[in-house]
Design a protein around this ligand. Structure first.
Ligand SMILES: [Fe+2]
Length: 409
């Protein structure tokens, strides 16, 4: 099996798109589950989704279900949604409120920290303390909840170390979810992430975005506009940070991070239909510096931070040719819908842009499924996609090699 994956990896050419087999071979997808999905720090949701003790939501990936719940101490826990008795699912609703987690099969009852509190007619000598729900590693960073299935994964520190300071003025832990929407994309997850990481396609595919965002403009113009943004930043309480450590310099297994400022165009101050603000300023930011920030928060989590709102992208594979792209719009926690922001105005740009992305990504999938598809060279404008692919190939190569070594004894 790993020999098969290695053969596919051997056909990959540096600087080129991936071969079709990496989007089609079921063994590749199985390897991705083990090597990436269950080993990476995954953003699951914003803490404001579960403000009260007992509030929970489910996060599902690769056939696994996780209960993300706030316990009586106010801590956020991620518990495997599998009863320790005979393995039944415990919570069914995608979100809700429970004082305890009770398995409906035989009534085993767990606390919000996952500890087993009650189980009737257990055998003699049964030690409840040994049968708590399996806990996933959890990290709440800037109000964003991350989980990791792998107890041995690299710690989350890298993102925190690099992004804590530049993100601080936005006070993401003092925002709330204004809107959340899922876009089901009929494609492999990598095609969706590859597309997210490059703006080569922005001019042809995203007129609504391109009019106000200087991502895809000629380099000299970009540099001079960015310099102006950086000069204005301190006056509005923003830092001048640029952290471009993504993919290539990642420590291990998807602890990838980036904080990348870029200029807005034509006097735009935010990501909206007319470039005007769509919500009150975030955190300690006191004005608009004419820039925006790209965030890389892992292999499947990205975002854009404007001065007045943040857009978070969460990509979750649902199968080899099925990917959920969930967008969360965050605004200042004190903002009131209808008074301080209009939901339709707030979400317009990234809704229209993501609908266009869904279409181009699905057409990309149809094309790479051709028997005659051959990978072509990437543009310098696709450098982040290139970094993602380098990271992906290195991660898959390591996984296939260590699986082969384990199998060979
Ligand atoms: Fe796009």
């Amino acid at each position: 099996m790993n020999a098969g994956i290695n053969r596919i990896l051997d056909t990959c050419q540096a600087g080129y798109a991936l071969p079709g087999a990496l989007y089609q071979d079921p063994q590749v997808y199985e390897c991705e589950i083990r090597a990436i999905f269950l080993k990476s720090w995954l953003y699951v949701g914003h803490q404001s989704r579960i403000p009260a003790r007992g509030d929970y939501f489910l996060f599902e990936i690769a056939g696994e279900s996780v209960i993300v719940v706030r316990d009586v101490d106010g801590q956020i826990n991620a518990l495997l949604n599998v009863c320790r008795h005979r393995g039944s699912r415990i919570c069914d609703e995608p979100e809700g409120h429970e004082p305890r987690l009770v398995c409906r099969y035989h009534g085993w009852t767990y606390g919000l920290d996952g500890s087993l509190r009650a189980a009737a007619r257990t055998p003699e000598g049964f030690d409840r303390s040994q049968f708590g729900l399996r806990r996933l590693r959890t990290k709440v960073f800037a109000g964003l909840i991350f989980v990791n299935f792998d107890a041995g994964a690299a710690p989350f520190d890298a993102i925190e170390r690099d992004l804590e300071e530049p993100l601080r003025p936005y006070r993401l832990e003092r925002t709330k979810v204004a809107h959340r929407q899922n876009y089901a994309i009929a494609s492999n997850w990598k095609l969706a992430v590859e597309n997210y990481c490059e703006c080569y396609h922005c001019q042809p595919a995203h007129p609504e975005y391109s009019v106000g965002h200087g991502r895809a403009i000629p380099e000299a113009e970009y540099a001079s506009l960015l310099e102006q943004v950086m000069e204005r930043a301190p006056a509005v309480g923003l830092t001048q940070h640029l952290v471009r450590r993504s993919w290539l310099d990642s420590d291990a297994f998807g602890v990838d991070r980036g904080f990348d400022r870029y200029p807005l165009l034509r006097g735009h101050r935010s990501g909206s239909r007319d470039g005007g603000p769509v919500a009150p300023l975030l955190g300690s930011i006191t004005g608009y510096d004419g820039g925006t920030t790209d965030l890389h928060l892992g292999p499947m989590t990205f975002g854009l931070a404007y001065c007045d709102h943040v857009v978070l992208y969460r990509f979750t594979p649902r199968g080899q040719r099925s990917t959920d792209c969930e967008i969360t719009w965050l605004v200042n926690e004190s903002a009131v819908e209808g008074r301080d922001y209009d939901r339709a105005a707030l979400t317009w740009l990234w809704d229209v842009t993501t609908l266009a992305d869904k279409e181009i990504i699905e057409r990309n999938q149809a094309g790479v499924d051709s028997r005659y598809y051959e990978p072509g060279p990437l543009s310098p404008m696709e450098d982040f996609t290139q970094r993602f692919l380098n990271w992906y190939l290195a991660t898959m190569g390591d996984a296939a090699r260590s699986a082969a070594a384990a199998a060979g004894g």
